[in-house]
Design a protein around this ligand. Structure first.
Ligand code: AP5
Length: 230
């Protein structure tokens, strides 16, 4: 399974990718996570990336492509991968296509996680990550039991630096301008699947798996779309 998860900030790409990764044993490759690691390392490159991310702007295409090219050659990515947050521009999509063609491993599907924009702000301002397990949680949507599980074990609920209202607004604008056109890009290539990504996490996951199975069973150009039509 070689897939891209597309969707606005907060649409649940990371949440679903993590479940799919442990369920299907294929790696989640998140450019956001890799860039945050680089930022935390404090190198010159990391600091430059951090300033762009803190403002909600995109890191240059060639930089992200370099990171992805290297990651896709790792042994764990040979049987499949879930790309989370990449590609994010038409140029990145073209570069990815060329790279995968060279490797002889074309993409199976691009899955759009479809969520109404008015829900995203609440999901993003409420997002917290458990410092012990890295589990994604939400002060508005996770159960008290899940939140307590982290803090009772001595963990902290960490908020991402770009999850403040001003930066989120810019991230959403950047998404509309740069990334939303990829919906048509992948539709035109017969690779687009749409999943209704609202509602409980486990229900969204069931829809995601159903969409991927239907795509597997038929040529993608005729695959049924799941969820709300766009
Ligand atoms: P990145 O880390 O990729 O952030 P993003 O795309 O903005 O996406 P998020 O991680 O915010 O959201 P998500 O869809 O993964 O949602 P999540 O599952 O966490 O990128 C960060 C920055 O890095 C970019 O702004 C850019 O600067 C740079 N960057 C990264 N990739 C790049 C690229 N390719 N090119 C250039 N620059 C790049 O869920 C969000 C919250 O909602 C969580 O709290 C979760 O618990 C909750 N939630 C999830 N699903 C549900 C549900 N069904 N119901 C209720 N709550 C839910």
């Amino acid at each position: 399974m070689r897939i891209v998860l597309l969707g606005a900030p907060g649409s649940g790409k990371g949440t679903q990718a993590k479940i799919l990764m442990s369920d299907k044993n294929i790696p989640q490759i998140s450019t956001g996570d890799m860039l945050r690691e680089a930022a935390a390392s404090g190198t010159r490159f990391g600091l430059k990336a951090k300033s762009l991310m803190d403002a909600g702007n995109l890191v240059p295409d060639d930089v992200v492509l370099g990171i992805i090219s290297e990651r896709l050659t790792k042994p764990d990515a040979q049987e499949g991968f879930i790309l989370d947050g990449f590609p994010r521009t038409t140029q990145q999509a073209l570069d990815l296509e060329e790279l995968l063609d060279q490797m002889g491993t074309p993409l199976d599907a691009a899955v759009l996680m479809d969520v109404d924009f008015d829900i995203l702000m609440k999901r993003l301002t409420g997002r917290r990550t458990c410092s012990l397990t890295g589990k994604l949680l939400n002060i508005h949507f996770s159960s008290q039991e899940e939140l307590d599980e982290c803090t009772n074990a001595g963990g902290e609920l960490i908020q991402r630096e770009d999850d403040n209202e001003e930066t989120i607004s810019n991230r959403l604008e950047v998404y509309c301008e740069n990334t939303e056109p990829l919906i048509e890009y992948y539709r035109g290539r017969g690779k687009l699947l749409t999943v209704d990504a609202e509602g409980p996490v486990n229900e969204v996951y069931d829809r995601l798996v159903a969409a991927l199975s239907s795509a597997n069973a038929r040529p993608l150009s005729t695959a049924a779309l799941t969820g709300r039509p766009r």
